[in-house]
Design a protein around this ligand. Structure first.
Ligand code: ADP
Ligand code: MG
Length: 880
């Protein structure tokens, strides 16, 4: 027996099979009518979780339930289906479905609502239909979206290396179309997608898209026919009402058009209705916008802070409406490269900086404009609640005042006063139709204004009359019958009844029909009572139904004004961004930069907006920057903690802010537009690192060298630091030389390094200048002045910094001793003496390894105890 057991693979042994699974899958789960229908719905949407409305709950069955239960944090139960077993099941109350949908979408799932659409009649199966197909990119409900973020549905099509990108913001009705050269694996495409806030990526073949692209977006594979070019043109025409691609500006973008067709086709399949005329197609030429790659976005803390302070987006966001916040965020993602539109934005900001009272009033009024963009979006998707319509009404009431405040403002606000005025009918209509403070849900009714609809009024008044009748019935009947203890009551089974104690049975009139006998009394009904009762009960139901009908009609009327209202929303959002930027500029003391086509970066008294924020007013030391044709590369030296990284980022941030159309933290700034900003931070300095290695650092540097142009701004912070001193120094030097000498580069570059040896380069390379961060040395201590000065640092002050950081005195003393020995053995200053043919003066690393290790010690990362044991170790290895 044992021998045989061993010979048979364990999984084939019948006696070892697990007990039969107590749960069964959907296909075997028996054949009740509801299951049959559910199966059909599921078969239509195999890749989605199907939520079936059963009474007050949305239920999931089978594998869907098993998948969803942990995400929704609800208990997985089961329901018996005959002898076959139990079908796993879980459910959520219908009132709370939005929160649960959001969780499923956030987890990257597609969700189908299989809803009750027919009347509920006891004993009959309610008609159910798929009413919504939701995916992260197609959700438009208020509850499913973050107010300040756009969630775009993006399709990619590719032909011969040309990638068409179509990005649909469904809630705002905007479709951005562009083409990017270089294939699906190109960095250009990655950078474009990075700024689009992609919630869902639609592709024909998911395997063709690099796995690392947009990790947070859900990927959906679409059948190839959806990418068909001719169908795409038709779909675009019907969605926009435009007669031709020419009218949309898409005639030169065949691949982009195919991608657009795929997005629209996907929406059709997801039962998202796109009202003709409400979709704005925005063709975009690559090169219109400054490119920012992921490490640069991260380093500049564009949207997410690296530390505990605010991100740039948070610092700037003084908007008053969610749509303004979204527009601002979008602009931060898409700095411009053409000085003219940048100037137009700055002009508008300047006007609002100058006119504080007007700005204050504008801010106040904008508060009532709400998220008009998404409100209109929900209206056109027929998802608007009564409260949404109330909000639109309030927005329409506030907009004329906003428009007046925008009158004769310059720059990009020119002419917006005209578009900001909503059609007068809308507010009047909504005011006449809806009560003052409409409820968030339409379920219970009560949102239509009395007097708005004669039929509804009739229903209300007949219900009221019937209620009055029933209320008066008791007294009436007591009088008629003379039975003083007669009562009118209500229960759920029989409805209204008249109750008479047995003692008075004889006095009951003949029109009373006996319904129920109790211990001490008899209950009766009368035809008249039943008639009134049904009036009350059905009037309520019919009133709600009528209110829903009226809501639908109002939604259709507002939809007809959709394009005008979206125009108002766009004007409101633009004004909101302008006032937000003006408010920051005023509050933080920023100035209007001059942005031109030069390749000059000339900043007087610039500041780092985020560090300044965290240090508090006045504590930040402002610094100048001057890069021009003759001075392209600044080599910035200075000890750790002196302020090198801060200075570098400040220049990048000022450049970025200017091209976004914002004022900048400086006393004065003239900036030639940059086509790209690259920032790279050497491995050990990268706060967000984790997987930062020297390899990553070098790969990123290589990427810069391939992509940078003479118009780029390079911010290189301690590049070469992630390896040993000598390697690092050599690489850093070669890099500066390369940037200086390559004619197609020669771009504005700030290079921070703690290798003071690099300062020698300035003597040899004409367009390299040295700068250093000033420190004051007093005996053993140094004080950081954070002031940038011309010239290079002559030493690195490592030991002084170590002292500041609190390393034990004994260790420091020993370090000085080691340093002394090393310097006497090998003067590091050899480069000074032979500037013509630069020799870094670095002999083969004969130096004591202890010194290297000391130099590379991460002081911030050591506890005093660790420092002590490190000291002991170093001492031992130093040969003591
Ligand atoms: P480095 O890169 O030279 O090591 P950092 O730029 O990281 O130095 O700056 C270290 C700290 O010094 C910052 O966190 C900030 O608190 C302070 N600091 C930097 N620059 C300034 C400045 N211009 N004014 C005031 N404080 C500054
Ligand atoms: Mg630094």
């Amino acid at each position: 027996m044992r021998g045989r057991e061993r010979a048979t693979p364990p999984h084939l042994r019948a006696e070892n099979l697990p007990p039969p699974d107590p749960t069964i899958d959907l296909d075997d789960a028996g054949d009740t009518p509801i299951l049959r229908e559910y199966r059909a719905a599921k078969a239509e949407h195999p890749d989605a979780l199907v939520l079936a409305r059963l009474g007050d709950f949305y239920e999931l069955f089978g594998a869907d339930a098993e998948l969803a239960a942990p995400i929704l944090e609800v208990t997985l139960t089961g329901r018996g289906f005959g002898s076959a077993g139990r079908l796993p099941m879980c459910g959520v109350p219908h009132q709370a479905v939005a929160t649960h949908l959001r969780r499923l979408l956030d987890a990257g799932h597609r969700v189908v609502l299989w809803d009750q659409v027919g009347e509920v009649v006891a004993g009959r199966l309610v008609r159910r239909e798929v009413t919504r197909v939701l995916s992260p990119g197609t959700a438009v409900d208020a509850d499913l979206l973050e107010p300040t973020r756009v969630a775009r549905l993006v399709a990619l099509a590719e032909t011969a290396g040309q990638v068409g990108v179509a990005a649909l913001d469904l809630a705002g009705g905007e479709l951005v179309v562009m083409e990017v050269a270089g294939g699906l694996g190109s960095v250009a495409l990655r950078d474009e997608l990075e700024r689009l806030d992609v919630a869902e990526l639609l592709v024909g073949d998911p395997a063709s898209v690099p796995p690392a692209l947009l990790l947070t977006a859900v990927r959906t594979a679409l059948p190839v026919p959806l990418f068909d070019g001719r169908r795409a043109a038709e779909r675009l025409a019907s969605a926009t009402g435009a007669a031709s691609l020419l009218g949309l500006g898409l005639e030169e973008m065949p691949v982009g058009v195919r991608a657009a067709g795929a997005v629209l086709g996907y929406c059709e399949r997801a039962r998202v209705s796109l009202e003709p005329g409400l979709l704005r197609v925005v063709p975009r030429q690559s090169g219109d916008l400054m490119r920012l790659d992921p490490p640069t976005r991260r380093n500049l803390e564009l949207l997410e802070p690296l530390g505990s302070g605010p991100s740039l987006a948070q610092l700037l966001d003084r908007t008053r409406t969610p749509m303004g916040a979204r527009l601002l965020r979008r602009r931060l993602q898409e700095p411009l490269t053409d000085p003219d539109p940048i100037g137009a934005r700055l002009e508008a900001v300047a006007a609002l900086v100058a006119d504080r009272p007007r700005r204050g009033e504008l801010r106040r009024r904008l508060g009532s404009v709400h998220d008009l963009e998404r409100l209109v979006g929900r209206v056109t998707q027929s998802l608007a609640t009564p409260r949404d319509l109330g909000a639109i009404r309030e927005a329409c009431a506030a907009l004329p005042a906003v428009a007046r405040l925008l009158e004769d403002l310059p720059g990009e606000l020119t002419g917006l006063a005209g578009t900001a005025v909503p059609p007068v009918e809308v507010e009047a209509d909504l005011r006449a139709t809806f009560v003052d403070d409409p409820p968030p849900s339409s379920r219970e009714g009560g949102f239509i204004r009395p007097g708005a609809d004669p039929e509804l009024d009739r229903l209300h008044s007949s219900a009221a009359e019937a209620r009055d009748f029933i209320a008066g019935l008791e007294g009436q009947e007591r009088e008629r019958t003379g039975i003083r203890s007669l009562k009118v009551g209500y229960n759920r089974v029989f409805g209204y009844y008249i109750e008479v104690p047995h003692a008075h049975r004889e006095a009951v009139p003949p029109d009373y029909l006996r319904k129920q006998t109790l211990v001490g009394a008899e209950r009766y009904i009368t035809p008249r009572l039943k008639e009134q009762e049904s009036v009350v009960l059905s009037a309520r139901e019919r009133a709600v139904a009528r209110e829903l009908e009226l809501l639908g009609e109002a939604v259709r009327r507002v939809t007809a004004h959709g394009p005008a209202l979206l125009g108002c929303a766009a004007a409101g959002a633009t004004a909101d961004v302008a006032q937000a930027l003006a408010t920051v500029a005023d509050d933080e003391g920023w100035v209007r930069p001059t942005v031109d086509r030069s390749t000059v970066t000339d900043i007087e008294a610039g500041r780092h907006p985020l560090v300044e924020r965290s240090l508090g007013r006045g504590a930040f030391v402002a610094n100048d920057t001057s890069l021009d044709v003759a001075h392209r590369i600044v080599v910035l030296t200075g000890p750790n903690m002196a302020g090198k990284s801060t200075y570098l980022r400040q220049v990048a941030l000022i450049t970025l802010l200017a091209q976004v159309g914002s004022f900048v933290p400086a006393r004065r700034a003239r900036l030639g537009v940059c086509d790209r900003i690259f920032t790279r931070v050497g491995a050990q300095d990268d706060l967000s690192a984790g997987l930062s290695t020297f390899m990553v650092e070098m790969a990123e540097t290589a990427a810069i060298l391939r992509q940078a142009t003479a118009r780029s701004l390079l911010v290189l912070d301690e590049i070469g630091r992630g390896t040993s001193t000598y390697d690092g120094l050599s690489i850093a030097q070669a890099l500066v030389e390369h940037l200086h000498d390559s004619p197609q580069l020669n771009c504005r570059t700030l290079f921070a390094t703690h290798y003071h040896e690099l300062t020698a380069l300035a003597e040899r390379l004409p367009r390299v200048v040295n700068a250093r961060v000033e420190v004051v040395e007093e005996g053993e201590t140094i004080t950081f002045l954070h002031r940038i000065r011309p010239g290079g640092a002559d030493r690195s002050y490592g030991i002084q910094v170590a002292r500041l950081a609190g390393l034990p005195a004994g260790l420091l003393a020993r370090a000085r001793e080691v340093l002394g020995e090393m310097e006497s053995r090998r003067p590091l200053e050899a480069d000074r003496e032979a500037p013509a043919q630069l020799d870094l003066g670095l002999p083969a690393p004969a130096a004591h390894p202890v010194l290297d290790e000391l130099a590379e010690l991460d002081l911030d990362g050591l506890t005093p105890r660790e420092a002590l044991s490190k000291l002991a170790e170093l001492q031992e290895r130093a040969g003591r």
